[in-house]
Design a protein. Structure first.
Length: 281
């Protein structure tokens, strides 16, 4: 069981989204259940790495507080956390590729951030920053982005339209599954999505969103058992195919926060099941 974490990934909770403060809460829950969890600190991304996926003046203005972040404010604590949140996913992906297999980065707030815009609680698109940085490190690397947040990854699509799609496969559940969803049909699609990525990718970045839960105020069509089955299918399918996975928390808006944290614990339990490990008695 492996995760990337630093206190510097956190900022005070913002408006309607808990994402800025979720890393600490989720890590505390994971450590309580898995005391032997192996944790490494992230390497923060550089401005140059952020600019692989974003327009430079946008990056510089957000970091300097001259433009609003994805929460619609200019909180310097949020700005300070941003290189660390994207850096957490990049560090997780590099560790996974180096043989760790499945690595968690307990961060959120990526897929609505576009080339030159922050939106909907997302400031910088750590998915695309990571994908492009990995491909810069390892030319020819094939990267999959499996986005099972409830909402459409419009920011990821915007960046792909700008920089090109070579070597990157993007699957966003919100493109098809946001309205009137059939849980069993979705779970059948998960199997198909995983098989596609296993055949075409060298590493997968997985958004294990908590907002598809039926009780989420901004989502809602999977029950708790179906959420766990989604994650088990992803991790077991990719692990059995030998494809490394770096995964993040993505959305989740139930209150109190502990309800969201528990869903992220359930996701880690599916990792433990795939790896043949047990939770603390």
């Amino acid at each position: 069981m492996k995760a990337i974490y630093s206190e510097r990934m956190n900022a005070p909770m913002q408006a309607l989204s808990p994402s800025a403060a979720k890393p600490a809460a989720v890590m505390a829950a994971w450590r309580a259940e898995w005391p032997a969890l192996e944790v490494r600190p992230p390497q923060p991304v550089t401005v140059q790495e952020l600019c692989l996926a974003h327009e430079r003046s946008f990056v510089e203005d957000v970091l300097a507080g001259r433009r609003p972040n994805g929460f619609g404010n200019r909180d310097p604590a949020v700005a300070a956390s941003l290189p660390w949140t994207s850096g957490a996913l990049l560090s997780a992906a590099r560790w996974a590729l180096d043989g760790a297999g499945i690595v968690a980065a307990p961060v959120s707030g990526f897929h609505h951030a576009g080339w030159d815009k922050a939106a909907d609680f997302c400031t910088f698109n750590g998915l695309m920053v990571t994908a492009l940085a990995l491909r810069a490190d390892r030319p020819g690397l094939r990267v999959g982005i499996l986005d099972y947040d409830y909402h459409y990854g419009d920011g990821t699509e915007d960046i792909l339209d700008r920089v090109g799609r070579e070597g990157i496969t993007h699957i966003t559940a919100g493109e098809e599954w946001m309205y009137g969803c059939d849980p069993q049909a979705f779970l059948a699609q998960v199997e198909s999505d995983v098989a596609r990525l296993a055949d075409t990718c060298d590493v997968v970045l997985y958004q294990a969103g908590a907002d598809p839960h039926v009780d989420d105020p901004l989502g809602g069509f999977l029950d708790t058992a179906q959420m766990a089955m989604r994650d088990l299918q992803v991790f077991s399918g990719l692990h059995s195919a030998g494809v490394p996975v770096a995964w993040v928390l993505a959305g989740g808006y139930q209150e109190p926060l502990q309800k969201v944290v528990q869903l992220h614990v359930n996701t880690m339990r599916m990792v433990a099941e795939v790896m043949g490990l047990q939770s603390r008695p």
